[in-house]
Design a protein around this ligand. Structure first.
Ligand code: HEC
Length: 170
């Protein structure tokens, strides 16, 4: 290697080293600048995140809480199906309001509350009588409408009423 080549190699090595240092400095500066810059968050992302971490229920306290609960209870009561006679299971009350129209007068073949008229029916068992009263029943005597025509009577209400009727037989 000539002397000139050696000088070239030395300068060239210095240049490479200098460029390497410059590269490192640029990288470090870029990292610092990146830390200093604040970027606004994407509003869509923020909304999505808030929806994702939102609590399942809302918490109300004090007066707003009482008002919110009253409103929720009123809405639930409104949505719930209403039972006839406020859900009463008083057989005589239901009988007198719904069933008596037919079963006291014996109109259209309905059996009156007399043991003789019920003896063969009782032989079917109380469960069958209840089922016939709930679903309706076409017999030889006539047509017993389902739930006496009051579809807002619950199965339980019909059951206590049939039981009450059977208890009245004499
Ligand atoms: C529109 C008239 C009518 C009303 C209202 C009515 N029934 Fe009847 N019910 C009948 C008739 C008619 C029969 C007889 C059906 C037959 O055996 O042919 C009968 C029969 C029955 C039987 C006997 C069923 C059987 O298997 O023998 C029961 C129990 C009964 N009714 C319960 C009730 C109850 C409880 C109510 C009130 C919720 C009611 N009924 C309201 C007309 C009525």
């Amino acid at each position: 290697m000539s002397e000139q080549d050696q000088i070239f190699m030395k300068n060239f090595a210095l240049l490479i080293a200098g460029l390497a240092v410059f590269t490192v400095v640029v990288i470090l500066t870029a990292i610092q600048l990146n830390k200093l810059t604040s970027r606004p968050d994407n509003p869509d992302k923020v909304a999505a995140l808030e929806a994702r971490i939102a609590p399942v229920g809302s918490v109300y306290a004090g007066e707003t809480g009482a008002a919110a609960r009253a409103a929720a209870e009123a809405a639930a009561a409104e949505a719930a199906p209403k039972l006839a006679f406020d859900g009463s299971t008083d057989g005589s009350l239901i009988y007198n309001n719904v069933c008596a129209a037919c079963h006291t007068s014996g109109v259209a073949g309905s059996p009156k509350l007399e043991r003789a008229a019920w003896e063969p029916r009782l032989a079917q068992g109380i469960d069958t009588l209840v089922q016939h009263a709930i679903e309706g029943y076409q017999g030889d005597a006539g047509l017993m409408p389902a739930r006496g025509g009051r579809m807002d009577l619950s199965d339980e209400q019909v059951r206590v009423t049939v039981q009450w009727m059977v208890d009245q037989l004499q």
